[in-house]
Design a binder for this molecule. Sequence first.
Ligand code: SF4
Length: 356
Amino acid sequence: MVEKRDILSLSLEEIQQAVQEWGQPHYRAQQILQWLHRGVKSFDDMTDLPKALRELLAERFYIVKLQMLDKRTSSAGDATKYLFLLQDRNIIESVVMRYKYGNSLCLSTQVGCRMGCKFCASTIGGLVRNLSAGEMLAQVIEVNDDLEKVGERRVGNVVLMGIGEPLDNYDNTVKFIKMIHYPMGLNMSYRRITLSTCGLVPRMMDLAEEGLPITLSISLHAPNDELRKLIMPVASAYSIDDILKASRYYFKKTGRRVTFEYALISDLNDREKDAIELARRLKGFPCHVNIIPLNNVRGLAYKRSSQAAVERFVSVLKSQGIAVTKRRELGLDIEGACGQLRRSYLERVEARQDER
Ligand code: SF4
C-alpha cells in the first residue's frame, strides 16, 4: 500500500505535478489549493472536483489536522493562546494578538527548540522535531476558523516567533511563507510576515538570497558577545558583528529594515551602559529596536526589569537617534511568553503520570 502524503505541505507546483500525472487539467491544482487553504477538512467537501479525482486524492493524501486542546483569552481580551495537539501527539501553541490594525498570529515552527536561550520556556526539554509547512499552515487555518466563528477578523499578520527557531527549520519555513502568499489561497502580503531568529547567520544570508520582502526580526538581547553568551548559547557560534553584517546584507537584498528584539532582564542587560553600547553598535544602520519587558517564566532564573529601568533604556536609545519602540504587553495572565502554556501543560501531564 502507498503511504499517504500530507497534502497541506505541498506547494502549488507539487500539486500541479500530481494532478498532471493523473491526466487532470492544470487548473485543478488551483481549485484543490483553494479548498485546502480555505480550511476544508475532507476531500469529499471539494465539491467542484470530479468524484474520481476526490477519490484519488483521498487514496494518496491526507489533510493535516490540529486538535485544539486548550484556548485561553487574556482578561483584557487582547490575546488568545491556543494549545494544539498534532497528529503524533506532540503539542504546540499559537497566539492571536489583537491590535487596532488587525489580528496577528504568532505561530510555532518546531516542537520545542534546541537553541537553549536561558530566558525561554520553549527550549526546556530541547527540540523534539521540526514542523512541516502544512503544520504551520494548519495553525493559520484553525485560528482563522475559530476567529470567524465568533465574527472576528481573520489573521492579518503572521509572526514566526512562537515555539522554535524558524531558521533551524529553514526549508519548511520558507515553503510555508511562500504558500501563505499564494493569491488563490490566503494571499498574505510578504510585508505582513515577520520572521524572528536568534541569529543563525548562514541561514540569514540564505534568507536574504530568497529576496522575500518579509520583516526579519533578530533576538539580540545584549550589546556585546560576552553578555550575550551568558543568556544565548548561539552567541558562541555567531558574534554580534556577524549578525550585523548579515542584517546589512538582508537590508541590501530586500530593502526591509531589520528589527532587533531586546528583552530587558533585571540587572543583567538593562543598565545605562548597555543601552549606550547598543546604540553605538547600531548607529547609522537602518533598523528598529523593539524593547520587550521579559515575561517571568517559572523555573527560570531571570527576572523582568523595573519600569524605571525600561524607561531609562528606551530614553538612552532615543537620545542616540535609534528608532525604538516598547512592545505592548499582551496576554500576561495567559502564560503569554513563547512556550509557557505548552510547558505548563506538559508539567501537568507529567505530574499526573507521577501520581499513578
Ligand atoms: S527564544 Fe526562540 S530561539 Fe531561543 S530558545 Fe526560545 S524559541 Fe528557541
